[in-house]
Design a protein around this ligand. Structure first.
Ligand code: ZN
Ligand code: ZN
Ligand code: ZN
Ligand code: ZN
Length: 490
């Protein structure tokens, strides 16, 4: 299903213009549009530890700094640490030992104790003097960061700054509308609803925030630096005792330089994400809540809704020449699908760029922030990517059978006495197409061809005031990578 070993030869155009393989696209059943990772909102559904599968609410995860309290990584090699048990001999009383009955005196039994150990590099918590624990899970000693006070001071300061900015904003809004007693909802990152309520009620800000602002001392850079120890350049270095850079950076609060100061690293939590269409706010994917499950409650992937196109083979594309392209088309839906190939220029232009008429300023700022990350080639409707090779679409409408999982086991493909269709097999068919390449195509240049599909899609989403199953004619534009242009006249 996913082509891990192959580059993506066939790319689909998302409704925003991005070109992506079908396996990384979504399909919104409400907008009937293809959506990519940039056209959807990513939301954190739940936090969990991928090792012990414990679930926790986001407030608790924030409190625990997004780390699991019972699972640890090795500070030396970053492999997961295991809990090992051993029997601890109680300290022997010399007087009781004289009894000579072989038993440890005073009815003291050997106690089972636990420690953390790495099965990969053999590092153990005992190496650095962490005491053995009487219980197998939890209770490992926690270290507080040496900079905890300063970090908390900074946090308080920036919370106060944020609060002040919010109050100013609310004040402005209040003046603008001059409506009293009307509540304004603002997005809230830090839970400062109390302060907002105070401000709306016209009360002065709470004492805490002004205190944090007044009592804050900013950090000052100093030119004086501690001298290096005298033997800094002469002392022999024992690499076995010094930590590596990754080991230091794995614990940013401590950054131990000595191996003897390494400490187990609490495992980072993972999140389950759900994804929402930015145009209509409907969920496109929603995972099951249980962290042990890899299933989804909602999974609107393009792979299940949009016809899949694969290249079977393609003759070498030559300047001014004609070549044959064999494509395989598959219908992933449980309904019969009619399909027609079009030139990309036949797709109406208003479908090319769809307007998201929501909060346009938010959209713009989002787009701006996303622009840095957008690395995939995108498709501008006004300047399509240089397409050297033209596909001549056959003017026929093809019919694809619904997907039938049982038919996957059938061996025989049905050959059709047609010069367009090579064979049919369950919900798939192979198509023979003719390519013609421009004479101006340069040898060695990338050979690409664009193709548009018009396909019927049966929407099974119940909508008020409409019949339950409705057929739509949808279009998708594809860019096929056909290798490089060969030498002319062969
Ligand atoms: Zn997109
Ligand atoms: Zn855990
Ligand atoms: Zn290790
Ligand atoms: Zn949508």
């Amino acid at each position: 299903m996913a082509y891990l070993t192959q580059p993506d030869y066939v790319k689909y155009k998302c409704s925003c213009g991005q070109l992506k393989p079908i396996t990384s696209l979504y399909f919104c059943r409400h907008c009937l549009k293809i959506r990519c990772g940039f056209c959807i909102c990513h939301e954190v559904d739940s936090h969990y530890c991928a090792y012990c599968l414990e679930n926790m609410p986001s407030s608790e995860a924030r409190l625990k700094k997004n780390r699991c309290s019972s699972c640890f990584d090795c500070p030396s090699c970053f492999h997961t640490l295991s809990t090992r048990a051993t029997l601890a001999q109680p300290r022997q009383d010399p007087a009781a030992g004289a009894g000579g009955d072989g038993k440890v005196g005073d009815g003291k039994q050997a106690k089972r104790v636990y420690y953390l150990s790495c099965f990969n590099c053999r590092w153990t918590a005992r190496d650095v003097g962490i005491p053995d624990q009487p219980v197998a899970s939890g209770g490992w000693p926690e270290r507080t960061s040496p900079h905890a006070t300063r970090v908390n001071q900074l946090l308080d300061y920036y919370k106060a700054v944020l609060q002040q900015e919010k109050q100013e904003k609310i004040e402005k809004e209040r003046k603008k509308f001059a409506v009293r007693g009307k509540y304004i909802t603002l997005t809230d990152k830090t839970g400062l609803t109390g302060a907002m309520a105070r401000s709306i009620a016209g009360l002065p800000p709470a004492e805490g925030s002004s205190l944090a602002l007044a009592g804050f001392t900013p950090a000052v850079a100093s030119e004086e630096v501690d001298e290096l120890p005298e033997d800094a350049f002469t002392k022999e270095v024992n690499l076995n005792q010094i930590t590596s850079m990754p080991q230091r950076l794995a614990a940013p609060e401590w950054q131990p330089t000595q191996v003897s100061r390494l400490h187990p690293i609490a495992k980072l939590l993972s999140v389950k994400r759900s994804q929402r269409c930015r145009a209509c706010d409907h969920n496109l994917t929603k995972p099951e809540y249980n962290p042990g499950s890899i299933k989804f409650k909602i999974e609107l992937l393009a792979y299940y809704h949009v016809p899949e196109v694969k290249i079977i083979s393609c003759e070498m594309v030559r300047p001014g020449g004609k070549s044959t392209l064999l494509l395989k088309l598959a219908n992933p839906t449980p309904h019969e699908m009619t399909l027609k190939l079009l030139q990309p220029s036949e797709v109406p232009i208003e479908e090319e760029k769809e307007k998201v008429d929501k909060d346009t300023s938010l959209e713009k700022s989002l787009d701006k922030s996303l622009k840095i990350e957008k690395q995939e080639p995108s498709w501008n409707p006004r300047e399509p990517p240089t397409v050297l090779t033209q596909i001549t679409p056959p003017g026929v409408t093809l019919t694809l059978a619904p997907r039938d999982d049982a038919a996957e086991y059938d061996d025989d493909a049905r050959h059709e006495p047609s010069h367009i269709i090579l064979w049919r097999k369950s919900n798939k068919l192979a198509l023979r197409l003719e390519l013609s390449t421009a004479l101006s195509a340069a040898e060695g240049a990338p050979a690409r061809a664009a193709l548009a599909l018009q396909y019927s899609y049966r929407n099974t989403v119940p909508q008020p005031g409409a019949p339950p199953d409705r057929d739509h004619a949808l279009r998708a534009t594809l860019l096929l990578d056909l290798g490089t242009v060969g030498a002319a006249g062969l």
